[in-house]
Design a protein around this ligand. Structure first.
Ligand code: PLP
Length: 358
């Protein structure tokens, strides 16, 4: 509340205000990055990141993500080319990326899905070999580190989302992380209609500015990140213990050299489980448990993309299977232990049910 009064008294409510600059500075420190530009949401940040590098032609991306990843390409007049994912990381498979390259390819847009790191080193090698840009959709990967380096430091740019459903949020919000000050300046101009001073407009920019109320909320929330991560971590641990030896349920493990942010808890419902994924989803719904089928359908299955040659399910067997098996269980700091135990009981009862019957 004091923050709101401060904004009110200052009468500086948006356009690179005091809290805006403070949040950029604090996020750079917290995340261990040097150049970060705040945005009003992650989708505009993605669209602007592509604009800022004048990406055109074809861009290779994953169908196993939130639809905004591909929409950002579409809004730039870029043709999305879907490549299949790796069954373990659920992220773009480097071999499939390489196989999808054509003379029109200009960039790769991978996603660190559920904050599982992509194979950043192999992607870098491919990008260097073929002269491609890399923009990571890091919407899920807030605070993740690989061997003590921020995951956001890989590629030409990374994009974060601070939407209300993400680990760190400003209700709506996002950011671009880039490699140098000059690029950051260009991004900052682009998010403010292309203005560089009062009368000079150098590019057809957009309005992607974050306002002071959002930024103040971000500054406030950043103070509680340790607590948020500890609470999420405890929930993650309890789910893992409960499902470790359940036939037909599998969980993803992140390699030891990567930190986790517990942003999602994806459970894979394999064919050996007595219920299929949709049946388990319905069973949970009956018990008023809101699990999410993230990511189903695949982006390549939506009407505006399904006609693309790369959208063919035969081109995407792994992503297709995953999207039929995955169920993201509730994970948020306010989830009470009792409520979580109830969720676990419902799922374990399903695992039991047919074992008795058979
Ligand atoms: C949330 C999300 C976005 C979009 O971010 P917004 O801030 O909601 O615009 C983009 N990509 C992925 C993978 C996301 O999960």
């Amino acid at each position: 509340m004091p923050y709101l009064e401060e904004i009110w008294q200052r009468k500086w409510v948006t356009n690179n205000g005091v809290f805006h600059r403070e949040l950029e500075k604090q996020l750079c420190e917290y995340l261990g990055v040097e150049h970060l530009s705040l945005f009003s949401n992650g989708t505009l940040a993605l669209i602007t990141a592509l604009q800022s590098m004048k990406i055109t032609g074809e861009v290779i991306t994953t169908p196993f993500s939130f639809v905004a990843t591909t929409h950002a390409l579409h809004w730039n007049g870029i043709k999305p080319v879907f490549a299949d994912v790796d069954p373990v990381t659920m992220n773009l498979d480097p071999e499939k990326i390489e196989a999808a390259i054509t003379p029109q390819t200009t960039a790769i847009l991978p996603v660190h899905v559920y904050a599982n790191p992509c194979d950043v080193e192999r992607i870098e090698t491919i990008a260097d070999t073929y002269g491609l840009r890399v923009i990571y959709d890091a919407a899920h990967a807030f605070g993740v580190r690989i061997r003590d380096r921020s995951i956001l430091e890989y590629g030409d740019m990374s994009v974060l989302s601070f939407h209300g459903t993400k680990v760190f949020n400003t209700f709506e919000g996002g950011a671009i992380i880039c490699r140098d000050e000059k690029t950051k300046r260009r991004i900052d101009n682009l998010k403010n209609f292309g203005f560089v001073d009062e009368t000079t407009v150098v590019a057809p920019g957009i309005n992607g500015k974050m306002n002071e109320v959002q930024a103040a909320f971000g500054v406030l929330q950043l103070k509680y990140m340790d607590q948020v991560l500890a609470q999420r971590g405890a929930i993650d641990e309890r789910y893992r213990k409960a499902f470790r030896n359940v036939n037909g349920l599998s969980m993803h493990d992140v390699p030891d050299y990567c930190t986790r942010n517990y942003s999602y808890f994806p459970l894979l419902v394999r064919p050996e489980f007595p219920l299929n994924r949709d049946e388990l989803y319905e069973e949970l719904r009956k018990h008023r448990i809101a699990a999410r089928r993230y990511f189903y359908p695949l982006i390549s299955e939506f009407p505006m993309y399904r006609g693309l040659p790369s959208s063919n399910a035969q081109n995407l067997p792994v992503a297709t299977a995953l999207s039929r098996q995955v169920l993201c269980l509730p994970i948020y700091p306010a989830l009470e232990q009792e409520e979580q135990e109830r969720i676990i009981e419902v799922i374990l009862a399903c695992a039991w049910r047919n074992r008795r019957a058979s």
